[in-house]
Design a binder for this molecule. Structure first.
Ligand code: PAF
Length: 280
């Protein structure tokens, strides 16, 4: 496994890989790798010849007052895990390698999607994501890139930018990995106390309840949303949103596929989760 810190070194290595006509997959991460990330790497392994994992805690996607400074950084554990999966290249740039010494003056944005749900709660977050992902795409120039479906809105932002900017990169989504009690695995679960960790699966339970109702023919989505918000509040969550919306646009649902999207604070952890569902 090659560990590289500069854009120049990544480009040089991948030029050789490309010459050998190998298919390159990128798995972008912010490190603190868990079972969810490892599943993305394993998925990339099935469909590519050379895997690049990037580890970069991207400052521009953190909003003022968020956990950028305290975001868990576990580089040596991460490298061991990636080595055990025979990852070919790990890209671990510094902030100045990515953004230079000057304030950034070019931003990539997918304005409509970036302004709603998590974008409304975390203004500027998706511009930071779209910008870093575009940079990584330009540096690595992968044939495909794998992102977790847990970050559903992020996945849509990335799918849109790839289409809109004509980037020849296939975007693959990896299924959400869950603990046995249903909680979606996330680096931020570390912020939960033991008591909160017991309560945390309530978020997924509310989503599953709404999913079952929709599958059984319920069409009053506002009622389902209200019931879920009320259950979450009673359990001690502070919901940012619980919404049933069109799975492709995140706008008002039609009779196409919908996605049940939820974000809620539990103590210091902001949990997000979703399930896509085909109405009856
Ligand atoms: O999902 C993440 O971990 C990050 O948002 C990403 C895609 C690596 C960009 O920093």
């Amino acid at each position: 496994m090659e560990q590289l810190a500069t854009i120049k070194a990544v480009r040089a290595r991948l030029a050789t890989v490309r010459k050998a006509e190998k298919k390159i997959a990128l798995v972008p991460t912010m490190g603190n790798l868990h079972a969810g990330h490892l599943a993305l790497v394993q998925q990339a392994r099935q469909i590519s010849d050379h895997i690049v994992v990037s580890i970069f805690v991207n400052p521009t996607q953190f909003v003022a007052g968020e956990d950028f400074e305290n975001y868990p950084r576990t580089l040596s554990d991460d490298l061991q895990l990636l080595d055990s999966l025979d990852v070919e290249t790990v890209f671990i740039p510094t902030t100045s390698e990515i953004y230079g010494q000057h304030p950034i003056t070019t931003i990539v944005t997918v304005p409509e999607l970036a302004a709603i749900y998590c974008g409304a709660c975390r203004p500027g977050h998706f511009n930071g994501v779209a910008t870093i992902v575009t940079k990584l795409f330009n540096i690595v120039q992968p044939d495909l890139a794998v992102f977790g479906a847990k970050d559903y809105q992020q996945l849509l932002v990335i799918r849109n930018l790839v289409v809109n900017l004509n980037l020849p990169i296939e975007i693959i989504s990896g299924a959400t990995v869950r603990a046995t009690d249903g909680l979606a695995i996330s680096s931020r679960n570390k912020y939960l106390t033991a008591t909160e960790r017991q309560l945390a699966p309530t978020l997924y339970e509310c989503i599953k309840r709404a999913e079952l109702a929709i599958k059984a023919g319920a069409s009053n989505y506002k009622k389902l949303e209200k019931e879920a918000v009320s259950t979450l509040k009673k359990a001690g969550f502070k919901p940012d949103y619980f919404s049933i919306c069109d799975a492709k646009t995140l706008k008002s649902p039609t009779n196409q596929e919908v996605v049940i999207l939820a974000a809620a604070w539990l103590g210091k952890a902001r949990l997000i989760d979703n399930v896509a569902v085909q109405p009856l």
